[in-house]
Design a protein around this ligand. Structure first.
Ligand code: DAH
Length: 331
């Protein structure tokens, strides 16, 4: 009897119904009034002495509950069968399904990605939770530099060595430590700064970082690459200018401005420069053999200019009236 019951249990557990008929024949096979397996088992029980009858009776009832459960589980199939689509009215208008659209930041990210893959750059990503060394020290940002100030950076309270990256330049360090030149790499991702939220600043935004290291990479390579990016995004009517600037991780450094549409003035859009030899040394690349350029650009800022948006906060409010406008955008 024991063996019989355990085989039965297994059979029931493995059972799967695909149609209403499957479940109906399952029910008849086990619970059928005359020939049902359980009905016969119950009859057989009478042959056993009272003690065993009690034990087996309990077990058979347990199996019965299992069968009932299986039948209930599949009863939705019965509903489908009975309903027979009688209530289906083909004249009722269908429910329209809203088609989503890409977020403007994703549109721009995809567009830049395509542009840079075309000129031989490969895409990499780095972590948003960084340590001090990758975000600051290796990039030659001294201890007393204002960007280390608690007001700009989100530090982990319990371990100030861990922070949310303030820029994507940390990806340079991560990549250069692991790979030997030559390489052309770019990354696009979120960065975080503890700034007061306003129409021009937010606690999080996206940056693109690009860097190229090889023998004899020069400032003219940098200029040409940035020119290619800006002209591809804004069209050939825009002018760009390089203004000398300072970044701890580049030497010389520059900021790039783009001419406003009607030539009223210049808008600052990015920082760039030749990677400082000290940074190369920090990642064990010999600056006497290799040189490289790097630049960093804010994606929200770029999108503000391309789409003529005047408030950075709107990107993250999930207002579908704003997002829907990009539905047909081919950018
Ligand atoms: N990391 C800088 C920032 O967030 C931007 C930047 C400037 C990146 C110059 C670069 C660079 O790679 O060369 O303000």
């Amino acid at each position: 009897m024991d063996k019989k019951l355990s085989n039965l249990k297994k059979e029931i557990e493995c059972f799967q119904a695909y149609t209403y008929d499957d479940i109906e024949s399952f029910r008849i096979k086990f619970l059928g009034k005359k020939q049902g397996v359980l009905t016969i088992l119950f009859k057989e029980l009478k042959k056993y002495p009272i003690q065993e009858r009690k034990i087996y009776g309990k077990k058979i009832n347990e199996i019965k509950r299992k069968i009932q459960k299986k039948i209930n589980m599949h009863s939705f199939k019965k509903l489908i069968k009975n309903d027979n689509f009688i209530h289906f009215d083909p004249t009722i208008p269908g429910k329209s399904i809203e088609i989503g659209s890409l977020h403007p930041i994703s549109i721009l990210k995809n567009r830049i990605t395509n542009l840079f893959k075309k000129i031989g750059f490969s895409y990499v990503e780095g972590p948003e939770i960084e340590d001090d060394w990758h975000n600051f020290t290796a990039l030659n940002i001294p201890i007393d530099h204002p960007s280390r100030d608690m007001q700009d950076t989100f530090f982990l309270y319990k371990n100030p060595d861990i922070l949310l990256r303030t820029h994507t330049s940390s990806v340079q360090i991560r990549y250069m430590k692991k790979h030997s030149p030559p390489f052309r790499v770019f990354s696009i991702g979120k960065v975080y700064r503890n700034e007061t939220i306003s129409s021009r600043s937010y606690f999080m935004f996206h940056q693109m970082e690009a860097f190229y290291i090889d023998k004899k990479v020069s400032f003219s390579d940098l200029k040409q690459t940035i020119h290619y990016l800006i002209i591809s995004l804004f069209g050939i009517s825009r002018k760009i200018r390089f203004r000398p600037s300072y970044f701890p991780f580049t030497e010389p450094s520059a900021e790039v401005d783009i001419s406003e549409n009607r030539n009223i003035g210049w808008l600052e859009i990015m920082g760039c420069g030749m990677i400082d030899p000290k940074v190369l040394e920090n990642v064990e690349i010999d600056p006497d053999i290799y040189s490289g350029f790097a630049f960093g650009i804010g994606i929200e800022r770029l999108a503000l200019l391309i789409y003529k948006i005047d408030d950075i906060r709107i990107y993250f409010e999930n207002d579908t009236r704003f997002l829907k406008q990009f539905k047909s955008d081919l950018l």
